[in-house]
Design a binder for this molecule. Structure first.
Ligand code: HEC
Length: 145
């Protein structure tokens, strides 16, 4: 055998081995303590569902709904309650979902106006493009029950 057993007992090698064991030991203690703080497996599904919901929600929203939520519409309109303007579900009830009404409502969103629901006027939205206004109108009319 040519293996040098002296190497195993040389002081230099020994300290190095000790240090390695110490580091490995400390690391595993660290990870063990980390896993001790993990939530119980029982509660994990509930935590996952609630934290996943916001990620899924934007994907379920239509383009029109997103545009409305980003615009000032929410200051005057609510999905089911009348605010300053009529609720979206009331608008959907009033107008059949067809091309003519889509164009009319998109036009009204851009130009604003009063007299259909009362005396309070809707503010014009000249910065909203025709395509975006149509998407908004499409979303509103899709709320028909
Ligand atoms: C300053 C308040 C206000 C804001 C902001 C506002 N609306 Fe209105 N909206 C109204 C009022 C008031 C009416 C009722 C107008 C009428 O009686 O003709 C109305 C009516 C509507 C109608 C029905 C139109 C009709 O002729 O029946 C739609 C659709 C609509 N709004 C969409 C929107 C959208 C989309 C936005 C955001 C881009 C928006 N509104 C922002 C106040 C507002």
């Amino acid at each position: 055998m040519t293996f040098n057993f002296k190497l195993l007992i040389t002081p230099k090698y020994n300290t190095r081995m000790k240090r390695t064991f110490l580091i490995v030991g400390l690391t595993s203690v660290f990870f063990a303590s980390l896993s001790a703080f993990k939530p119980e497996p029982k509660t994990e599904p509930a935590v996952n569902i609630s934290s996943a919901t916001p990620k899924i929600a934007p994907m379920q929203m239509s383009g029109g709904e997103l545009l409305i939520n980003k615009s000032d519409c929410i200051g005057c309109h609510h999905k089911i309650n009348k605010l300053i303007g009529p609720s979206y579900t009331d608008i959907a009830k009033k107008y059949p979902n067809n091309d003519k009404n889509l164009t009319y409502l998109a036009d009204k969103i851009i130009k604003g106006g009063a007299g259909v629901w009362g005396k309070i006027p809707m503010t014009p939205h000249p910065k909203v493009s025709k395509d975006d206004a149509k998407l908004m109108a499409k979303y509103i009319l899709s709320l028909k029950k």
